[in-house]
Design a protein around this ligand. Structure first.
Ligand SMILES: Nc1ncnc2c1ncn2[C@@H]1O[C@H](COP(=O)(O)OP(=O)(O)OP(=O)(O)O)[C@@H](O)[C@H]1O
Ligand SMILES: Nc1ncnc2c1ncn2[C@@H]1O[C@H](COP(=O)(O)OP(=O)(O)OP(=O)(O)O)[C@@H](O)[C@H]1O
Ligand SMILES: [Mg+2]
Ligand SMILES: [Mg+2]
Lengths: 250, 250
């Protein structure tokens, strides 16, 4: 039975998509069967594997609104990817009146959990119905945090939302870890931010750190993870280390 | 009568808040009366002026859902700020069934337009009801874009949304300009991104460029714009130049 991990933080641009993709590929590289699910209407995870979200004919929209099986929207790339499309932006309104709308993804995921060891779910930068579906379907949550003041403030809101999910929808969902991303370790601002993280969240903060590297911005242009785009580079190592840490938690 | 400018891009972390705040302060510095409205439930604009969104008793939530006057939620800081709070995350659901829910902000802004020369509206990283309200109330839209592949792809979605707003809600709303932000001009990736922007959008791309500077991350910690935090620094100059360019469009 797969371990389901959601990547969530309502703050925008903190490397949710970059982390979901590169960790998924690193887990695959170490021999696991891995599925990545794109729950963001922007479709950045889908694009990052070379698929045009505007050209797919079935997507996560159909899984959530028309109860299509996840298997029908999976494209095989470096990992299996359940693709997104712009229709997904309309899913919140289409599901607004449906009974059990928060559990749509959980139902779809439970049907195929036997096929994988890890399922990684990328979410949009909001705490709306799409992210609530992901947190309800997940066992664990990885919270990427940019080491800057504005991005740290959102963590309290996220913790409050997780508490609500635990009380009403998914009693077992927990934070797997808080991941410092886009780290420019030369600046005092980043060092101070990490100290604050560790003071407030202690062991919840991963040992792994993802430093700033331009390869992360270049790789999506070629529809590749950094592990494929620059396999011997530092950027790939950061996510291989994270994969080792996640596997050690098993 | 104030010129109303919305700052929008559903891609997260592209400097929407940083641009809305620092341009507003630069316009104030050159002698204009300026109001900034925080339409993001994260409340980053509110925080960036030293106000705790969790402690305000009235906010944009009350303006949208209870038709309170904007004047009641304005705090005077470097500029006037109409504050946000976490309640705003519930505004979309609270307004879902209301008639004219897309025009709530437009109505509130029209009541006070006479008091200001510029009104700057910060939006969350999504194309939901809060951002639709901002685009309906606006005369112009400034689109901050990080000079990276993933952030460029979202521009087509944004243009489609703007076309829908023009056809149904606000025939006059136009793009004031596309602003390259967080620019690290040493990388080839950024240079290529700007070339693509200028090829696709021509004159819509501002001459001004906002380069990467750690001062942008430091200033919000002190509840200040970069113009106040580091008045003689480069970071402040980027936004003073942008203000000149926006004023020259008048
Ligand atoms: N460690 C890193 N170093 C440098 N750039 C990075 C790093 N991680 C991600 N990036 C780049 O930063 C940008 C934001 O990352 P990404 O899109 O993964 O964030 P996100 O949280 O998924 O954004 P959104 O909130 O819009 O979904 C992207 O252009 C990505 O290529
Ligand atoms: N030119 C810049 N150079 C370096 N850092 C910057 C620059 N502009 C903004 N930042 C920092 O980058 C982060 C993202 O900026 P900001 O929060 O303004 O983006 P946003 O688009 O408003 O994000 P969201 O989508 O979450 O609303 C912030 O920590 C900010 O301090
Ligand atoms: Mg993303
Ligand atoms: Mg913002």
């Amino acid at each position: 039975r797969a371990k389901v991990i959601a990547f969530a933080n309502q703050k925008g641009g903190v490397a949710k998509t970059t982390t979901a993709l590169n960790l998924a590929v690193a887990l695959k590289e170490s021999g696991h069967k891995v599925l990545a699910i794109d729950m963001d209407p922007q479709g950045n995870l889908t694009m990052s594997q070379g698929i045009d979200p505007d050209k797919v004919d079935k997507s996560m929209f159909d899984v959530l609104v028309h109860e299509m099986s996840l298997r029908e929207v999976i494209a095989e790339r470096e990992i299996d990817v359940a693709v997104s499309s712009i229709d997904l932006a309309g899913a919140e309104i289409a599901m607004a009146a449906q009974i059990g709308r928060e559990r749509r993804l959980q139902k779809a995921v439970n049907e195929i959990r036997g096929d994988y060891d890890f399922i990684c779910i990328d979410t949009p930068p909001s705490l709306g119905l799409l992210t609530i579906n992901a947190l309800t379907a997940a066992d664990k949550v990885i919270v990427p945090v940019q080491c800057e003041y504005l991005s740290m403030r959102g963590l309290m809101q996220l913790q409050n939302t997780l508490r609500m999910i635990r009380e009403n929808l998914n009693p077992k969902v927990e934070i797997e870890g808080i991941l410092p991303t886009m780290l420019d370790s030369r600046t005092v601002h980043a060092k101070e931010a990490i100290e604050i993280l560790e003071e407030n969240f202690g062991d919840l903060v991963f040992q792994s750190r993802i430093k700033k590297a331009i390869k992360f911005a270049e790789a999506p242009v070629r529809g590749a993870s950094v592990l494929k785009y620059d396999p011997k580079g530092k950027a790939a190592t950061y996510y291989r280390d994270l994969a080792k840490e996640v596997i050690s938690h098993e």
